[in-house]
Design a protein around this ligand. Structure first.
Ligand code: NDX
Length: 255
């Protein structure tokens, strides 16, 4: 396989456009899973959350890993590959093999799961293909401000995301599917603390890699989970009369 800049441009543009489409759709109504799934649906139309999240997120880890393994001649030396291995794959290793294993979420709708799998194959391919076949960095990229600030942002966002997902999980005992008011960590300031962390993380990755596919994915993430945080916030205000009034939806003290 060779690097095709026009393929990268086309796939990145499509990813940005999908983000914009989802922004328009999700501002009106949130994607129907988790607390926004009005009816539980037929038993055959949903899958246990652990199984669903594992299947959905696996391609985001597996596709770049396979592309890297199948690359001939092997290309592990350039910075692009190491970045991909260390940052993108680390996130999806955690999401696939750790988050999925511990989640206490409600059963996941099969239809959304199928779209989710397709999305993760698409994005895993785009990010992996670009980093493994196209990315070129100067030798001193390690000392470039974009690299260092991007990596720090990525780690900061990932820390917030993982910590907030743990706080959410601790609200429930196994088998419990009720909703409670999240407390502690960044939830003190926003209802969508895990989403805030994830958005910061992908903008950090985009800054560190300074690549079109990574910026398109960061934008997609903002467009998809930004409105989701807003709908979570409205849900909490509706459900809990004692919900902290000073708490914002997504960005501490601002929105
Ligand atoms: N999966 C990213 N539509 C998505 C699945 C759906 O990883 O194309 C995007 C991802 C996909 C979507 C994915 C892409 C676009 C799709 C969409 C479906 C349709 C859409 C394909 C791939 C599409 C068309 C075809 C129209 C164009 O019971 P429960 O499950 O609610 O329990 C929750 C629990 N919890 C609480 N427990 C007690 N008390 C409370 N108050 C609680 N509040 C929540 O915590 C869960 O077990 C858990 C987390 O819930 P929630 O709702 O806060 O987060 P969730 O949305 O489930 O995300 C989980 C993590 C989180 O860290 C988030 O940042 C990350 O995954 N994520 C999620 C979605 C997308 C994404 C990251 C990204 O874009 N980077």
């Amino acid at each position: 396989m060779q690097c095709s800049p026009s393929l990268v441009l086309a796939l990145s543009s499509l990813l940005g456009a999908l983000g914009f489409l989802l922004l328009c759709l999700n501002l009106r109504a949130p994607s129907r899973y988790g607390k926004h799934q009005e009816k539980p649906g037929k038993p055959w139309a949903r899958l246990p959350a652990r199984c669903a999240w594992f299947l959905q997120e696996l391609p985001s880890f597996l596709v770049p890993a396979l592309l890297l393994a199948l690359r001939s001649p092997p290309r592990l030396e350039p910075l692009g590959c190491r970045l991909l291995c260390c940052m993108f794959c680390a996130h999806y290793f955690h999401r696939t093999f750790i988050y999925s294993f511990f989640t206490r979420g409600r059963p996941f709708p099969l239809q959304i799961l199928l779209f989710g799998i397709l999305f993760c194959i698409y994005n895993g391919f785009l990010q992996g293909y670009y980093m493994i076949y196209c990315a070129q960095y100067p030798k001193d990229w390690f000392t470039d401000f974009r690299f260092t600030s991007g990596v720090l942002l990525f780690l900061f966002g990932m820390g917030i995301n993982i910590h907030s997902d743990i706080l959410l999980r601790q609200l429930r005992k196994p088998g419990d599917h009720t909703y409670k008011i999240p407390q502690g960590g960044l939830f003190t300031y926003v209802s969508g603390a895990n989403f805030f962390g994830e958005i910061v993380e992908w903008f950090g990755y985009a800054t560190a890699t300074w690549s079109l596919p990574a910026f398109a994915f960061a934008l997609f993430t903002l467009c998809f989970i930004g409105p989701r945080a807003y709908h979570h916030h409205r849900y909490y205000l509706r459900m809990f009369t004692d919900y902290p009034k000073s708490r914002k939806a997504l960005i501490p003290f601002i929105f």
